[in-house]
Design a protein around this ligand. Structure first.
Ligand SMILES: NC(=O)c1ccc[n+]([C@@H]2O[C@H](COP(=O)([O-])OP(=O)(O)OC[C@H]3O[C@@H](n4cnc5c(N)ncnc54)[C@H](OP(=O)(O)O)[C@@H]3O)[C@@H](O)[C@H]2O)c1
Length: 330
């Protein structure tokens, strides 16, 4: 195999960002799309010029026509279809969050190990050069000891009638949907999951957290504060504060408004300075990473243990918000 044949599990909205990244690659091709309805799959295939369409996800998995799938289902279906795909011998790039329980995440990881098929979380921003620069600076000690990481991801859901993010049974909610970005960013900067968390949520009519705020404490005393919302205007931001300086990112997570990313370094002494950020197609990193894992046998850049800790921390934050107590992660 010298090209990975990709299949899309669903006709989700987010596919439109991932399709160009597959098409831009020398090492992959978009072979198929599957939907719960054959009619929808056919119309989608025609619109996006995809060779094959299937009226069920399982049919595509069993077809022998795809080597890897991108799973962009609502959150509560990620585990089920990841495991089915792996068992069908297909590699999986699965959207964040992996699953709303650790049992489900562990079953996904076990299925990947048992089948020897690649499994990775589709956290596209982690592959962007901007995020990698932050990690390099922190690991090289350029900011000194890290005192605080803060991050926000807000946007406003306009069509509230039919959004999977507002359905409690689908693992909707702002923390699962967008709060996991600053949560995972803090874990990336500190290089570990927090030791304790404190969460606070505002629930909407459907019972999901439409806004969430979290405080997280790390070994050595550093802290992170994160916030997410499904009901305020689009806003993303991240700051890493160290004893020797501070990095501020205006667009740490998303691909909207390419070319507008800015990163500012303020040293303990001296003037603030702009840090150049190379532009890169945001979704290409995760696709090329899958290609390297499938075709070259490389380890995926985002380890499954990191992904497991993302879910573990989010669960602890939800538990804390419900109990109004600090939750310690053991
Ligand atoms: N990385 C990113 O930048 C990013 C951005 C947005 C979303 N996401 C993630 O991607 C996933 C999908 O989000 P989205 O906003 O693209 O979702 P969406 O547009 O609502 O699409 C979800 C798709 O899942 C399928 N589906 C199967 N069972 C369903 C059910 N019971 N209810 C609704 N849809 C069902 C449908 O496809 P068929 O009808 O074709 O079967 C539907 O089109 C989520 O996990 C989300 O967290 C990631």
């Amino acid at each position: 195999m010298n090209k990975v044949r990709w299949g899309l599990v669903s006709t989700a909205n987010i596919n439109r960002r991932v399709i160009p990244a597959i098409r831009a690659s020398q090492r992959g091709e978009l072979a198929a799309v599957a939907s719960r309805s054959l009619e929808t799959a056919r119309a989608y295939a025609a619109q996006w010029e995809i060779p094959l369409s299937f009226g069920s996800y399982q049919e595509m998995l069993d077809s022998g026509r795809v080597d890897a799938v991108y799973i962009s289902l609502p959150n509560h279906l990620h585990a089920e279809w990841t495991i089915k795909a792996l068992r069908a011998g297909v590699h999986v790039l699965c959207e964040k969050p992996f699953a709303p329980s650790l049992e489900a995440v562990d079953a996904m990881i076990a299925a990947s190990r048992e089948t020897g098929r690649v499994l990775a979380e589709a956290f596209m921003y982690r592959h962007h050069p901007q995020t990698k620069i932050v990690g390099e600076w922190v690991r090289a000690g350029r900011l000194g000891r890290i005192e605080l990481v803060s991050g926000v991801f807000n946007f406003k859901i306009m069509n509230r009638q039919s959004n999977v993010r507002l359905v409690k049974e689908y693992a909707g909610g702002s923390l699962w949907d967008v709060g996991v970005y600053p949560l995972s960013f803090a874990q990336y900067v500190y290089g570990a999951a927090p030791q304790w968390v404190l969460g606070s949520q505002r629930l909407g009519e459907s019972g999901v957290d439409e806004s969430f705020a979290g405080l997280m404490g790390y070994q050595g005393g550093g802290v992170a504060q994160i916030a997410s919302s499904l009901r305020s205007p689009f806003y993303t931001q991240a700051t890493v504060v160290g004893e020797e300086g501070r990095l501020e990112l205006n667009r740490p997570f998303t691909g909207q408004n390419e070319g507008q990313r800015r990163m500012l370094f303020t040293p303990a002494q001296g003037e603030p300075q702009e840090v150049p950020v190379p532009e890169a197609e945001l979704y290409s990193g995760e696709i090329e990473d899958m290609h390297a894992a499938i075709l070259d046998g490389a380890a995926p850049y985002l380890s499954l243990e990191e992904t497991r800790q993302h879910v573990r921390t989010a669960l602890a934050l939800y538990e804390s918000a419900a109990s109004q107590q600090v939750v310690y992660l053991r």
